[in-house]
Design a protein around this ligand. Structure first.
Ligand code: NAG
Ligand code: NAG
Length: 291
């Protein structure tokens, strides 16, 4: 009796602590406080007292930044205004990664530029326990360089959802029960980069960067991290179901979200590894309908 009460108290304290920590992260991120430069600080400029950022790509370099902390489950979102005009060959990325090479977990948003007047492509990928190769591509139905749009990743015990504004563009369900690896054993940091990828990004590498238009700029603001952040994540964050992102309404898409998701799948998806017979003569388990 005493033991179970003590353990209940202990559990509640941990839940409380985790909530406190995740609540603490709910305020908008500040670049200097929450992030660090990972690559070419000279190409990153803080604007508006550190609440927004400008990333620059020129012929000498791209650049990148990362969160100082790692997180376990939650939702990370940011508003991004992508490179305007002719952005062919450039890639701007926002991703979560465990940075553990052999058993890497990673959730990628990669924005592939295009020639003026052609649609920007969003490529998503999911690495789980070191295995990626799960690319999907969606062409955006608006010009993401004319204004800020919100890109977010929801990651909980049930699924991972990539959102463009309120529209789910990708869902990766937890199918561990069917033998599909799911990222739930290690925390991930938040990363962003902008770089020259004209060997593959636009029309398979046919379209090169037009350097006469450099430098190229992307803008970030309102980086919102609602996630469990703790050095002792294993006991604090990995199994609790008390965080909002694990409550029933976040365990699957709601009816409106499901409708929007079907609309994306029907009208805007341009590539899906699940239906790429040359790479996967037998579709991977997670691709089978109904899973
Ligand atoms: C700028 O940011 C600092 C630290 O984040 C804060 O203390 C200060 O009040 C901010 N200044 C303005 C004008 O918002
Ligand atoms: C770029 O535009 C072409 C032509 O409109 C389109 O087929 C392609 O999906 C777009 N995106 C990329 C990354 O090539």
């Amino acid at each position: 009796m005493a033991t179970s009460r003590l353990s209940l108290f202990f559990t509640l304290s941990l839940l409380y602590l985790c909530n406190m920590l995740s609540f603490a992260m709910a305020k908008p991120a500040n670049f200097g406080r929450d992030f660090r430069v990972t690559w070419a600080g000279s190409h990153i400029t803080e604007l508006n007292n550190g609440t927004s950022l400008q990333l620059l790509l020129d012929q000498s370099s791209g650049c990148g930044f990362a969160s100082k902390n790692k997180f376990m489950f939650g939702r990370v979102s940011m508003k991004i205004k992508l490179i305007a005009g002719d952005s062919a060959g450039t890639v701007t990325a926002f991703y979560l990664s465990s940075e553990t090479d052999k058993v890497r977990d990673e959730l990628d948003f990669e924005f592939l530029g295009n020639r003026s007047g052609h649609p920007y492509t969003v490529q998503t990928n999911v690495y789980s326990h070191g295995k990626g190769d799960r690319e999907q591509r969606v062409n955006l139905w608006f010009d993401p360089s004319s204004d800020f749009h919100t890109y977010s990743i929801l990651w909980n015990h049930h699924h991972i959802v990539f959102f463009v504004d309120a529209v789910p563009i990708r869902v990766y369900k937890n199918n561990e029960a069917k033998g599909v690896p799911y990222p739930n054993a290690q925390p991930m940091g938040i990363y962003s980069t902008i770089w020259n990828a004209d060997d593959w990004a636009t029309r398979g590498g046919l379209e090169k960067i037009d350097w006469s238009r450099a430098p190229f700029y992307a803008y970030y603001k309102d980086i919102d991290i609602e996630a469990c952040s703790t050095s002792d994540w294993q006991s604090h964050c990995s199994t609790t179901a008390s965080n909002w992102w694990d409550t029933p309404s976040y365990q699957q898409l709601g009816p409106v979200q499901a409708r929007l998701y079907r609309w994306v799948r029907m009208n805007h998806i341009v590539y899906d590894y699940c239906s790429d017979k040359s790479r996967y003569p037998v579709p991977p388990t997670e691709c089978l309908a109904g899973i």
